[in-house]
Each structure stands twice: as structure tokens, then as C-alpha cells.
Design a protein around this ligand. Structure first.
Ligand code: ATR
Length: 284
């Protein structure tokens, strides 16, 4: 029940209507019998600074940050933990008595999903990552930290992808990197060599789910684990195409759960029960 002591948590992004985070966090709050509430907090792009200032002014205890603000919120924060600072993307903010500190729980959330739910040991594998935004940085950092051998990055804006890879080359000298555009002549033969394909772009996300997959279905094969970070719809056109070709697939729900549980712990000190969350959103 909400009373005078209820602490506020929430989700900052734009739009946020399709997120499952409010449902999951409020269910965990109920199950753990805590006095918190988790609210959707959409902020229009032109109001981002005021919105983040509002967290401080209103004493909101903590928020998750989603599309399109994982990088854009950074200038408005007071502190970053070392991982968020290293990768330049924040998905969790905690308000410590007016000091806003940014964290990134996407990195460990992604690695846990690949290894636990995907049954794929990252060490020594070859991966292709599509997209070069905040989510992509978390994925690349997770893969490199866990010992990926080769990483191919595709991005619509080739220059941006190449610049991103230059940064990681110096941080992870043991990884072999290549970057290029989302062009079949660049990626087709590379996909044949990889174990893991990760789409970090919003392509296929509701309400625009009926679009062509970000790469052509003919490139996919049965030795792949294909991950689309989009979880609404549960099966994007990329996931459908991958299944048809016999590949193993995961959507972004596992990552949502693992990163969310770590964020919840940062704010409250309590850990939600993963199996309870998986049951709510019907993952085995
Ligand atoms: P997030 O923080 O969630 O990663 P973002 O920073 O806005 O979101 O990044 C979105 C990524 O998806 C970008 O790499 C973007 O490509 P560009 O760098 O070329 O803009 C990519 N993206 C978005 N829409 C896309 C589309 N229709 N086709 C291909 N890539 C797309």
C-alpha cells in the first residue's frame, strides 16, 4: 500500500509504454513486502535535463534508463560507477541524497542471458553485433570481457561503427575486430563463420513489427545463437527467420530480467526472485 513513506522508483525513456519493467519491479516489491512503487516516467527529448533534475528534486530513489537516453543522460549525472564510465552508457540511476550516480547492469545482464539461457560459453567464440548505440556498447563490453575471440560490428552509419570499434580495439587487444555497414556484400560470408548474432537495433520493435529483418534471412544458418534485444514482440521478424533456418534464438527478455534484478538490488539491497519474474513473463 502506498503511504507517506513509500519510496519511488521508475523508468525513464521515450516512449516507455511497451516496457515490462513496471510490471516486474512492482511484482517484486509486492512479493518482498517492501514499501516502494515503480512508475513509468516518460521524458520528452526536449525535457531531458529537467526530467533528470526532477529525480533529484522529487527525491525519486532510483530509475532505469531506456531508449533513447542511455548515453544522453550522462551529462546530467553527478557520478558514474567504473563500468558505466568505461562504456559510456547508463541504464540505472540511484539517487544518494541528491547525488545521482549512474550504473550499467546491461553488461552483466547480457552475459548472464547468453551463458545461462542460451547455453553458450562466450570464451573463444565469434560474434556479430548489429548497431552501435548504448545497448551495443553493453553487448560489446560483455562479449569482450568474457573472452570473445572475434567480433564483427555492423552499423547503418558505418563511420559511427568504425569509430566505436577503434575504442574497443585498444581496450581489448586480444579480440579481433572488424566493422562495416549493414550490407550483404560485407556481412554475408562473415555470418557463415560466427556462433553468435546479436541485433541491438530497434528494428522490428512494436508498433513497427512488420518490417524486414535487419539482415537478410538467407545469411542465417543452424549453427547460430541469434539474439534480438527487442522483446516486444516476443518474436521479431529476425527471430522468426532464424528459427526457420534452425538457429537457436533468444529475445531480450532474459537480459531485461537479469539487468533489472541487479538494478533492483542497487536501489533496495534486495534481490528479486528470478524464477518468479520468468514465470510472470512466461520464460522457462
Ligand atoms: P540504444 O541506446 O538503445 O542502443 P541508440 O543509441 O538510439 O539506442 O542506438 C540505436 C542503434 O540502432 C544505432 O546504432 C542505430 O544506427 P545508426 O547509428 O546508424 O543511427 C541503429 N538503428 C536504429 N534504427 C535502425 C534501422 N532502421 N536500421 C538499422 N539500424 C538502425
Amino acid at each position: 500500500m502506498i503511504d507517506v513513506r513509500t519510496k519511488i522508483l521508475g523508468l525513464v525513456g521515450y516512449p516507455v509504454e511497451h516496457s515490462l519493467s513496471p510490471l516486474l519491479h512492482n511484482q517484486a516489491i509486492k512479493r518482498l513486502n517492501l514499501n516502494y512503487v515503480y512508475l513509468p516516467l516518460p521524458i520528452k527529448p526536449e525535457n531531458l535535463r529537467e526530467g533528470i533534475e526532477g529525480i533529484r528534486a522529487l527525491g525519486v530513489l532510483g530509475v532505469n534508463v531506456t531508449i533513447p537516453y542511455k548515453e544522453k543522460v550522462i551529462p546530467f549525472l553527478d557520478e558514474l560507477d567504473s563500468l558505466a564510465n568505461k562504456i559510456g552508457a547508463v541504464n540505472t540511476i540511484k539517487n544518494n541524497n541528491g547525488i545521482l550516480k549512474g550504473y550499467n547492469t546491461d553488461v552483466s545482464g547480457f552475459a548472464r542471458m547468453v551463458e545461462k539461457d542460451g547455453g553458450c560459453k562466450i570464451k573463444g567464440k565469434k560474434a556479430m553485433v548489429i548497431g552501435a548505440g548504448g545497448a551495443s556498447k553493453a553487448v560489446i563490453t560483455a562479449l569482450c570481457s568474457k573472452g570473445i575471440k572475434e567480433l564483427y560490428l555492423l552499423n547503418r552509419n558505418e563511420e559511427k561503427g568504425k569509430n566505436l570499434i577503434e575504442i574497443y580495439k585498444s581496450k581489448f587487444p586480444d579480440v579481433y575486430f572488424i566493422a562495416g555497414g549493414i550490407r550483404p556484400e560485407f556481412y554475408f560470408s562473415l555470418v557463415k563463420k560466427i556462433d553468435l548474432l546479436v541485433d541491438t537495433t530497434p528494428v522490428g520493435m512494436a508498433p513497427k513489427e512488420n518490417v524486414d529483418p535487419v539482415i537478410i534471412p538467407e545469411a542465417l544458418h543452424s549453427n547460430l545463437l541469434v539474439i534480438d534485444l527487442v522483446y516486444n514482440p516476443g518474436e521479431t521478424t529476425l527471430i522468426k527467420a532464424a528459427k526457420k533456418r534452425g538457429a537457436k534464438t533468444l529475445n531480450g527478455l532474459g537480459m531485461l530480467i537479469y539487468q533489472g534484478s541487479e538494478s533492483f538490488q542497487i536501489w533496495t539491497g534486495y534481490t528479486p526472485e528470478i524464477s518468479h519474474w520468468k514465470k510472470i513473463i512466461k520464460i522457462k
